[in-house]
Design a protein around this ligand. Structure first.
Ligand code: HEC
Ligand code: HEC
Length: 231
């Protein structure tokens, strides 16, 4: 081997090996530490039992759903997204004042180091889900006056019965949406609001048959919500 080609090989190994190593590590972390709770490929079993007994939200379309910088940060410093954990109905207790979340039954999410979070977030971003699940470009980026957006979300379309759009304000049976603009991709939000059951046939968010104008308005409103995270 000539000296120059030896040098090129050494350089290529030095440049490529760490990234190959990183991807391999990320997939090992996903299968050893995450797959017991999260579906990383589309589940063959689409039954209601599967949904009711799953231990964490599906991640097989994570790359079409999340913003990567949010994932990197959250995997190091996870905080609650679903106020009652993965499955609302199992963490509720009846009290004389009505149903409340029984926080003693909630567990905290595993945490990753910065290096592992970078690698795992990159591996999750490669999981796009089926081609037709989230249509690119569905959201048209029209600005929505905040008051109009909030009025549709909170009053006219009933979303606030299940979701918070400000910390402490809104329902607790769905994921919080007060930092949706940081966490979620707009085309995912549009697709989810349009037809939640395409993501899971038994998910209990209603399909409301909203017009495109409504879908644009609600998505546009949610994308403006960025800094509601409790510090
Ligand atoms: C013991 C079960 C369990 C394990 C193990 C686990 N998770 Fe989770 N994960 C959950 C639950 C429950 C939630 C929902 C938390 C919430 O909404 O507050 C969640 C939420 C998430 C979310 C946000 C999903 C969404 O749709 O909002 C991501 C991303 C995530 N986990 C990634 C991981 C990764 C990566 C690993 C492995 C390093 C992992 N999880 C290990 C149970 C688990
Ligand atoms: C009856 C309760 C209910 C109502 C009403 C409801 N949702 Fe949902 N929503 C849910 C549940 C449950 C999920 C998914 C739960 C999961 O993945 O853990 C969800 C998921 C979502 C998601 C995806 C968020 C994520 O992190 O995965 C968005 C976006 C959303 N809803 C927006 C809306 C909007 C906008 C409205 C009003 C038009 C609305 N929802 C009305 C219960 C509801």
């Amino acid at each position: 081997m000539s000296r120059i080609s030896f040098f090129l090989c050494a350089l290529a190994t030095a440049l490529c090996a760490p990234s190959l190593g990183l991807a391999a590590d990320a997939n090992a972390i996903l299968s050893r530490q995450c797959a017991q709770c999260h579906a990383l490929s589309k589940p063959a079993d689409a039954s209601i039992d599967r949904l009711w007994t799953r231990k964490g939200p599906d991640l097989y379309y994570a790359g079409s759903k999340f913003n990567q910088p949010w994932l990197v940060e959250w995997l190091q410093n996870p905080r609650r997204i679903r106020p009652a954990g993965e499955f609302y109905f199992t963490h509720i207790k009846a009290t004389p004042d009505g149903d409340v979340i029984d926080a003693s039954t909630l567990t905290s999410h595993p945490r990753l180091s910065k290096g592992d979070a970078d690698a795992v977030a990159a591996a999750l971003m490669a999981l796009k889900g089926p081609d037709d699940l989230v249509r690119k470009g569905a959201y048209k980026k029209q600005p929505v006056p905040a008051m109009i957006g909030a009025m549709f979300f909170e009053k006219l379309r009933g979303c606030a019965a299940c979701h918070m759009d400000k910390p402490g304000q809104g329902g607790q049976s769905g994921p919080e949406l007060y930092d949706a603009g940081l966490r979620l991709q707009p085309d995912f939000v549009y697709a989810y609001i349009k037809q939640p059951q395409r993501f899971d046939p038994h998910v209990w968010m209603p399909q409301l048959d909203l017009s495109d104008t409504d879908l644009q308005r609600l998505t546009g409103y949610l994308m403006t919500l960025q800094d509601g995270s409790p510090k």
